[in-house]
Design a protein around this ligand. Structure first.
Ligand code: PLP
Length: 359
């Protein structure tokens, strides 16, 4: 039933309506049920959403297999990331540990609060070097709290970290160390070796906060909803105390999330289109002999072997927007997957740019 309303009608992008392959959004938009729920919610937007926020908290708990009191709702996962980092920022000796190439929210939150940031060099193929991260965190933990912001699968690389190394590290319960696990793209992973750290929270880990978002597979980036999940009452309180209260969530967002969170049909459709788009791009990379990383997300990361700017400009001239530069991977480009027919169009444009010598 989810398929019919999303029958794909390809429309060539224009300067006014470019193809957005730049922000890792769900190109389907909200599910039809969520659209109806948002429209219906207009009639009750004069009321505070206390009760519905609690209903959502329970639904998020069910989604991760936890308890409602282990969930803190947030405005996008961005707010949960900020709140978690800020809850440590002003403690003596606190340090944020991040890989050099990762999503920027953790680092920005730390910098705004004058918290030192240690950036750890990447491993082979832009992988997260867990032994190096571990060493850096151990060093930082001698001075104060070591706060590890770990995005898995990672953005912009699209790849997953080594599960055994990561789980060993967290399970070793290093002193003075907390793990902020950002799993924004977890629902897109197909590699069976990947495991969510939700599993560790289930097992009672007291050093982990898992961040989830409704912005990616749920297609709700404009509604701003996410949550933090932790089995530690202390960590829960930290996030909660640095966040706008739960009842600051807005009613349309709550209703959209409640409509989608149990909608397996919509999640399946989002995932199957994502896989189609992924295959179109991987086939293209092979055809054009472009190096790329094995994507486990809704975007890909590939090597232009030259500067990004001329390529991004040429794509923009064709009304396709691609990802921004991600130092230090300055010859690499991130392209978010769009709907399959759109993705084929992107691939054709790139074939044309190869002929013109741009790629
Ligand atoms: N975490 C990661 C890894 C992301 O890529 C993004 C957005 O692109 C976010 C968090 C923030 O998303 P939001 O605040 O919309 O949940």
């Amino acid at each position: 039933a989810a398929e019919a309303p999303f029958a794909e009608k390809f429309v060539k992008p224009t300067a006014d309506k470019p193809l957005l392959a730049c922000f890792n959004e769900n190109p389907l938009g909200l599910s039809m049920e969520a659209r109806a729920a948002v429209a219906k919610s207009a009639a009750v937007c004069n009321r505070y959403p206390f009760a519905r926020a609690e209903t959502l908290r329970k639904a998020c708990a069910d989604f991760v297999g936890g308890k409602p009191e282990e969930i803190v709702l947030s405005q996008g996962s961005a707010e949960a990331i900020r709140a978690s980092v800020e809850s440590y920022a002003h403690e003596p000796g606190a340090t944020l540990i991040i890989p050099e190439l990762t999503y920027s929210d953790g680092e920005m939150a730390a910098k705004r609060n004058g918290m030192p940031v240690v950036k750890v060099k990447m491993g082979k193929n832009w992988s997260i070097d867990i032994p190096a991260m571990r060493a850096a965190a151990a060093e930082a933990a001698k001075k104060g709290p070591a706060v590890v912001y770990f995005v898995n699968p990672n953005n912009p690389t699209s790849t997953i970290a080594d599960t055994n190394q990561l789980f060993d590290w967290i399970r070793s319960q290093p002193k003075n160390t907390v793990f902020l696990m950002d799993e924004a793209y977890g629902e897109f992973v197909v590699d069976p070796s990947w495991k969510s750290t939700i599993e560790l929270v289930h097992a009672g880990a007291k050093n982990v906060i898992v961040m989830k978002t409704f912005s990616k597979i749920f297609g709700m980036a404009g509604l701003r909803l996410g949550f933090a999940y932790t089995a530690s009452p202390e960590l829960h309180k930290r996030v909660h105390d640095h966040i706008a209260y739960d009842f600051f969530m807005n009613t349309p967002a709550i209703e959209a999330a409640l409509a989608e969170i149990g909608d397996l049909g919509f999640l399946r459709l989002s995932n199957s289109e994502n896989k189609e788009a992924r295959k179109i791009m991987e086939d293209l990379f092979k055809e054009l002999n472009l190096e790329y990383l094995p994507s486990q997300t809704n975007f890909c990361f590939f090597n232009l072997k030259g500067p990004l700017e001329p390529f991004a400009k040429a794509m923009k001239a064709e009304n396709i927007l691609v990802g921004r530069p991600f130092p230090p991977a300055l010859t690499w480009c991130r392209i978010s997957y769009v709907r399959p027919e759109e993705m084929k169009y992107v691939a054709d444009v790139m074939r044309g740019l190869r002929k013109k010598g741009v790629i």
